[in-house]
Design a protein around this ligand. Structure first.
Ligand code: MRU
Length: 355
């Protein structure tokens, strides 16, 4: 029996991209209509939309928004295409780490380059492609969830870090997709959610969406995971990913690496759940993944209030890279990939090309 989530994060409606404003969660659960390409750039940058797959689909919508605006400028077809590609490339610079952003835009650029249609035809094709990406995202997440549920022990407590849930995707989630599919089979499982400083995607978003879907969740702060692992209270870890290199090294929210080390020490399986669109086979290892450096205010303040000595030195990388040796498996839509990841990742792309 499949689990039905109440959450739909992004949807193309008429001529706009409608998305849940995640900067407001958990205080408010409201949608915002993104009407222009530049608004989409800002929505990604300011994290109104966040989470790798959600960013990927939003960026694809962003290309449609730019196309709609350029169509009003009386350009020739060639001028329209060249300006649209320029704007699309700009969208890719809104955040650096999640490769789904580049993936979503590249899918649209490929369509633009191959289309034989006139300007209005291209816009319609881009729109349909964006809507297809939305639907594909949900069905891929359900496959990830079902594949992952196979390795969730009965009655398990699953630790997750950050939010790789319905709100980080179009719906259902990757890591929380595994939770949803496992819960549909066994409603005695539960989740431990790390707070995930500095932006608190765990406490603000993961606890919110699991509560909304009625799945038991306990929030802990980031430093607590090894304490609970030692006590035998965590059976497995499942997290999402922003970019996975060809050798399986995985960038995810800062703090993930620490959780992986603790899991290894306590002999607890540590899984990544991600679609193939998060795997960047153009890079050999995690050393090549660009890590976003974010505003220092995220560390020095909570809800706008200073929480440290004024003027203190701060460093705020948004992500870290978990080395492939610490990863028990990468749960994808085509199955669970195991070490040697160079081989299993290459095989997964072959399998998916045949489907
Ligand atoms: O900075 P964020 O909130 O965009 O970071 C999100 C994460 O790190 C997620 O774990 C990752 O994108 C996977 S989402 C399915």
């Amino acid at each position: 029996m499949a689990f039905e989530s109440k959450i739909r994060t992004i949807e193309w409606v008429g001529n706009v991209s409608r998305m849940v404003d995640q900067t407001k969660v958990p205080y408010e659960y409201v949608t915002v209509d993104i009407k222009t390409g530049d608004e989409m750039y800002d929505a990604i940058k300011t994290m109104i939309v966040r989470g790798a797959p959600a960013i990927g689909v939003s960026a694809a919508h962003g290309v449609v928004l730019y196309a709609q605006e350029l169509a009003k400028q009386n350009l020739s077809r060639d001028e329209f295409i060249s300006k649209l590609i320029e704007k699309s490339e700009y969208l890719k610079t809104s955040r650096p780490t999640a490769v789904n952003l580049m993936w979503g835009v590249n899918k649209q650029i490929e369509l633009i380059k191959n289309s034989q249609s006139d300007i209005s035809g291209i816009i319609e094709e881009l729109k349909q492609n964006g809507i297809k990406m939305e639907n594909d995202d949900i069905s891929i997440n359900k496959r990830i969830g079902d594949n992952g549920a196979e390795v969730v022990p009965k009655g398990a407590t699953i630790l997750t870090h950050c939010n790789a849930g319905a709100l980080a995707t179009v719906g259902y989630g990757t890591a929380l997709g595994v939770v949803r599919s496992a819960y549909a089979k066994d409603n005695t499982i539960q989740v431990f959610s790390d707070e995930t400083r500095p932006r608190q995607q765990g406490s603000r978003i993961t606890t919110f969406e699991l509560k909304m879907d009625g799945i038991p969740v306990t929030m802990i702060t980031d430093g607590m995971c090894s304490y609970f692992m030692k006590k035998g209270m965590i059976d497995m870890v499942v997290v999402g990913a922003d970019r996975i290199a060809a050798n399986g090294d995985t960038a995810n929210k800062i703090g993930t690496y620490t959780v992986a080390i603790a899991a290894k020490y306590h002999n607890i399986p540590f899984y990544i759940a991600a679609p193939l669109s998060t795997i960047d086979t153009s890079i050999k290892s995690g050393d090549e993944i660009p890590i976003e450096e974010r505003s220092h205010d995220e560390v020095t303040t909570i809800n706008g209030k200073l929480v440290c000595a004024e003027g203190v030195n701060v460093i705020n990388p948004g992500f870290d890279v978990t080395p492939h040796e610490l990863i028990s498996g990468i749960i994808t839509e085509v199955g669970i990939l195991r070490p040697d990841y160079n081989k299993s990742i290459a095989d997964a792309f072959k399998t998916s090309a045949m489907c």
